[in-house]
Write a protein that binds this ligand. Structure first.
Ligand SMILES: [Zn+2]
Length: 329
């Protein structure tokens, strides 16, 4: 790396930290309903106006030891975390995609994703407007094929008029539709058992917006990643909670389900026993245990005592970052 390249990298990192600082303002004032540009920064606890040196990203937090200079109230760790996370993501985008329109669009998408994830984790609220902006941004991004990875053009005849568009734009529209539809189906499955959605409409907005930005093929990866993430994080927490509640019946059923599922899905079960009646017996057993578990979990969720709530939106957004860096847009 040359001196110029290192200087540029540092500059991008510092700018990204400042962007993270701005995102904190967007998140805070999204909840308070204040303008994001006009009022000067103040302590959310005592309302004292902040001096410029109290407002330097990350550094002020460390210098003040995480406490307000005026009222000594703790400053939320959210502020430096969002700043550092934004800096890491944006610097990563820059390293992968260089100085380009692609980097600019991906940075804007990452910023919106971070705002939505923090709002969802913090207050379990997703502002529709953030998802709408991401969706529109995604349609523009793919209309001009800014990612540039998809060079195919498609000619359509609409009402006798010949239109030539990038394939990426069709993928974006399909992603938008499929995102909303798939998440609505997933959200409504519990309504078979109890009259309650699995998660709010906000998650469908996020999936639709991510579909519009990353296209249908990446969206399938993102939703798959979100589901795996949910299972990996939730399942151990959930089993621990059930054991603490001494609900051994459900623990046994869940463990049995996981074992049987892994055996049928990943094991050599098929090779060992063939596809005779015994195989179908195992599948039927799996289905009945699965039904029992779902029903018990959802009744528990309705009574609001045993189901651990983890918002789906942040899991999807994590999947989007996964696509951005590992799969590539
Ligand atoms: Zn204060």
């Amino acid at each position: 790396m040359s001196a110029i390249e290192i200087t540029l990298l540092v500059w991008v990192f510092v700018m990204a930290i400042c962007l993270g600082s701005f995102l904190n303002v967007v998140i805070l004032r999204g909840f308070s309903g204040e303008s994001i540009v006009l009022p000067p920064s103040k302590c959310p606890h005592c309302g004292h106006k902040l001096a410029p040196w109290d407002n330097i990203p990350v550094i002020s937090f460390l210098a003040l030891k995480g406490k307000c200079r005026y009222c000594k109230e703790k400053i939320s760790i959210q502020y430096p975390l969002v700043e550092l996370f934004t800096a890491l993501i944006v610097t990563g985008i820059y390293l992968k995609y260089g100085f380009s329109w692609n980097t600019l669009f991906l940075t804007a998408a990452a910023a919106l994703c971070i705002v939505m994830a923090v709002c969802d984790i913090k207050e379990r609220v997703i502002f529709d407007v953030h998802a709408y902006i991401l969706g529109v941004l995604g349609l523009v991004y793919n209309f001009f094929n800014i990612a540039g990875s998809n060079h195919t053009k498609i000619t359509l005849f609409l009402a006798g008029i010949k239109i030539t568009i990038w394939q990426s734009f069709i993928y974006a529209i399909l992603g938008l539709i499929v995102g909303v539809v798939v998440m609505e189906i997933l959200a409504r499955i519990p309504q078979i058992f109890i009259k309650k959605r699995a998660f709010g409409e906000g998650d469908s907005y996020i999936a639709g917006a991510l579909g519009a930005f990353f296209g249908i093929t990446n969206l399938i990866l993102i939703i798959g990643f979100g589901l795996v993430f949910q299972v990996v994080i939730i399942l151990p927490m959930f089993l621990y909670k059930l054991i603490k509640e001494k609900n051994y019946k459900l623990v046994t059923a869940l463990v049995l389900f996981i074992l049987l599922f892994s055996l049928i899905a990943f094991g050599n079960y098929y090779d060992a026993l063939g596809d005779g009646w015994f195989y179908w017996f195992a599948v039927a057993l799996l289905a009945s245990i699965g039904y029992y578990c779902c029903r018990a979990l959802m009744i528990g969720a309705k009574e609001g005592k045993s189901l651990t709530y983890l918002p789906f939106g942040p899991a999807l957004i994590l999947g989007a970052f996964f696509v951005m860096f590992l799969a590539g847009v």
